[in-house]
Design a protein around this ligand. Structure first.
Ligand SMILES: [Fe+2]
Ligand SMILES: [Fe+2]
Length: 210
């Protein structure tokens, strides 16, 4: 598949990233998401958004870039393919994980990227927890969690402006709002809700209420 040329669109933002790293993982991502152009550009957008948050929260820019680019590395796989790949790569899934089909691609992507690219443990965790979050996340994990939520190509979020603003000013409160929105979305669709998503919401709600 030929990807559309968005170079002009991203020219300004790309000036701010480690181009060597960007080009390396952009190439890998294109191969992994070969049938999913929208997801490819979402990943680029998450990476660039994460880099813009790095200085604010004193996090390494390259880690933000790599975790952002690779977080949805396994997103093209269907449910049975995800389970098969988890088996191959030794990703242990609980019964609850298996019910939360939206979370598995993060667990798998972290493991595959560790094996293939030897990503750092910090980047591994940021990719692993990008779907469900977890209590007491590192700053990098919070950045990837929120960049995934607010990146500018996201089309389906209502009232995103406030959450986007909060992500740059009070990321813990942004997580409370984002997880509340995710919980509501899952309930409305009658989807299984992973306990980590609930724990993440409760943890950050308690933290900001203090
Ligand atoms: Fe994802
Ligand atoms: Fe994503």
């Amino acid at each position: 598949m030929e990807f559309i040329n968005n170079d002009e669109k991203y020219k300004y933002e790309l000036g701010n990233v480690n181009m060597e790293l960007f080009l390396k993982y952009e190439k890998e991502l294109k191969e992994s998401l070969i049938d999913n152009e929208r997801r490819f550009w979402h990943s680029i957008s998450v990476a660039i958004t994460a880099v813009t948050l790095a200085d604010i929260y004193n996090v390494d820019k390259d880690s933000c870039l790599v975790a952002g680019l690779l977080h949805d590395y396994s997103k093209s796989l269907k449910y049975d393919e995800l389970l098969k790949a988890c088996d191959e790569y030794g990703v242990i899934l609980s019964e609850e994980d298996k019910l939360s089909d939206g979370c598995i691609h993060g667990f798998l992507a972290a493991k595959i990227c560790k094996v293939k690219y030897n990503i750092s443990d910090e980047v591994y965790d940021a990719i692993y927890y990008h779907t469900c979050g977890r209590p007491n996340m590192t700053a990098l994990e919070k950045i990837i969690y929120m960049a995934d939520f607010i990146e500018p190509l996201r089309r389906f979020r209502d009232n995103i402006a406030e959450i986007r603003r909060l992500t740059y000013t009070d990321i813990d409160l942004a997580i409370v709002k984002a997880t509340a929105m995710s919980l509501e979305f899952l309930k409305r669709r009658e989807k299984y809700i992973h306990s980590l998503t609930i724990k993440t919401h409760d943890y950050y709600k308690n933290l900001v209420d203090k």
